[in-house]
Ligand binder design. Structure first.
Ligand code: AMP
Ligand code: ZN
Length: 497
């Protein structure tokens, strides 16, 4: 089906992708915590997984893509300290916690749509899966991997580590972890400071609480992903993903819960996307460099010179491998805008090339084989752990060839119809289907292109009928409106504002 290799965070190796039940693939991605607007860093992570989902589908796999919504109102840490962000935001905005959930879930969907990310095939919520989470805790207690104290239930990491390896994913060692937590020993009711919460007893003022065998309370954060991935993808599934910051403790604890529950650690391949920085600084509200997705589009932010279409931002992300840290700045955005335009224009050009009458004698064999290599290696780069950056470099080379045909440096006769079709298909496949990009103009939602094509066609017909007063009137009136028509060497007509 494909020769895809994926870097597996669990084994720390690039491995051949062998789905458990091909052609079906189970993909689980940790979704957003819906208590505030998604920022552009979140967008990098979710559009990276959108590209991965798109490429798997492109390869012919049938993907069940589960991305959860974290809406249960957990505390900011596992120790039962910290704040419940859903509730504190609800107080701040004078709304019900579930109104906060609804508001930011709708906002998140809007952002994902704006960035042309496909929705997951299942989007389960933590609050919709309390029964499954409670059942998982009961099994963990029965198997001796969890214990209850005073209405709270904790996962027994030391006990688990007798059979399994806690820290296998993040490369942490349990003794070092215990040493790191030493200051907290004796400060709480847990048997060991590294034990994490599966269920927390709710204080009366805690608004989001549910009935359980241990009294009123709420689930620990890590539990929902174990419960929902098992329910929808099974005890063993293919890929689990999330941002690098989720590797520990979130994913480490998920693996422990899954193993404790059923003797299977969940996913076969663990994938982690890296963080996004702006101007060399981690994006954070306290640095004042936390830019909202909409602010990128409108340009309404002191750190931006103007608005950039979502496709330009996506294109900029794709120029760096998903697992590398990415620092973006205005120069990068400007270059990405130019680069994306160049590729889209090349695609438009080649789509409008008239196929020549085949005359294979004049075909430049060396050029054809170079082009074939450029197109086929796109797949090889994608198969090499989704190396989008190298695919884009190839697409630029293809665009340069197309421009050389247009400019006359390469004669059309040198290229066969098949090779032209191959270049067109490669650009279209990767730009639209795999990378989820749109022509730059399309992102400023306007029907301008369609309207211009209608006018260009009417002008062309007028010229054919030798009705020059109409064809000249169209050109002149457009010029008055600030739109320039240009007759290209290959017979096509382009326009610019
Ligand atoms: P959250 O809503 O904070 O739980 O985050 C949702 C996803 O975005 C998680 O997979 C995070 O790892 C990821 N994420 C958070 N901050 C960044 C960032 N600055 N760059 C890239 N991904 C991020
Ligand atoms: Zn998760």
């Amino acid at each position: 089906m494909s020769d895809l290799h994926i870097y597996n965070s669990l084994t720390r190796k690039k491995e051949k992708f062998e789905p458990i039940n091909a052609p079906h693939v189970g993909l689980y991605v940790c979704g957003p915590t819906v208590y505030s607007d998604a920022h552009i860093g979140n967008v990098r992570t979710f559009t990276s997984f959108d590209m991965i989902y798109r490429y798997l589908t492109f390869c012919g796999y049938k993907v069940r893509y589960v991305r959860n919504i974290t809406d249960a109102g957990h505390l900011t840490n596992d120790r039962g300290e910290g704040v419940n962000r859903m509730e504190s935001q609800a107080k701040l905005e004078s709304l019900e916690p579930m109104e906060i959930v609804q508001k930011y879930t709708v906002g998140f969907h809007h952002v994902m749509e704006m960035f042309n990310a496909h929705p997951p095939t299942i989007e389960p919520t933590a609050t919709g899966h309390l029964i499954e989470q409670i059942e998982m805790i009961e099994v963990l207690i029965n198997k001796g991997f969890a214990y209850e104290v005073n209405g709270n239930v904790y996962f027994d990491v030391k006990k688990y580590n007798e059979t399994y390896n806690y820290g296998a994913l993040s490369g942490r060692n349990i003794d070092e972890l215990i040493a790191g937590y030493r200051d907290l020993d004796g400060q709480d009711e847990k048997q060991n400071s590294i034990d994490f919460a599966l269920w927390k007893k709710a204080s009366p003022e805690h608004i989001m609480q549910w009935k359980s065998p241990w009294g009123m309370g709420f689930p620990g954060w890590h539990l929902e992903c174990s419960a929902m991935s098992t329910k929808y993808l099974g005890k063993d599934f293919d890929i689990h993903g999330g941002g690098m910051d989720l590797k520990f403790p979130h994913h480490e604890c998920e693996i422990a819960q899954n193993n404790g529950y059923c003797g299977h650690g969940g996913a076969k391949y663990w994938m982690h996307t890296n963080m996004l920085n702006f101007n060399g600084q981690k994006m954070s509200k306290s640095f004042g460099n936390s830019i909202l997705p909409m602010e990128f589009v409108t340009g309404n932010h002191p750190l931006l010179d103007k608005g950039y279409s979502p496709s330009v931002v996506r294109f900029l992300f794709l120029q760096t491998h998903y697992s590398s840290e990415l620092d973006i700045n205005i120069k990068g955005l400007q270059d990405a805008e130019k680069g994306l335009k160049k590729l889209m224009e090349a695609l438009a050009l080649i789509t409008n090339f008239e196929l020549r009458i085949t005359n294979d004698n004049s075909e430049n064999q060396k050029l054809s084989s170079d082009i074939q290599h450029l197109t086929s290696s796109c797949k090889e780069f994608m198969d090499d752990d989704f190396n989008t950056a190298r695919v884009i470099a190839n697409l630029f080379e293809i665009a340069t060839i197309i421009n050389s045909i247009k400019g006359g440096q390469i004669k059309k006769e040198e290229i066969s119809n098949e090779t032209i079709a191959l270049m067109q298909k490669t650009l279209s496949d990767y730009l639209f289907d795999v990378f989820g990009l749109k022509p730059v103009e399309e992102n400023t939602p306007s029907k301008m292109d369609d309207v211009m094509n209608v006018l260009i066609d009417i002008r062309k017909e007028a010229k054919v009928k030798k009705d020059f007063s109409t064809s000249d009137a169209i050109r002149n009136k457009l010029q008055e409106a600030g739109i320039q028509l240009k007759d290209e060497k290959d017979g096509s007509v382009s326009w610019s504002i």
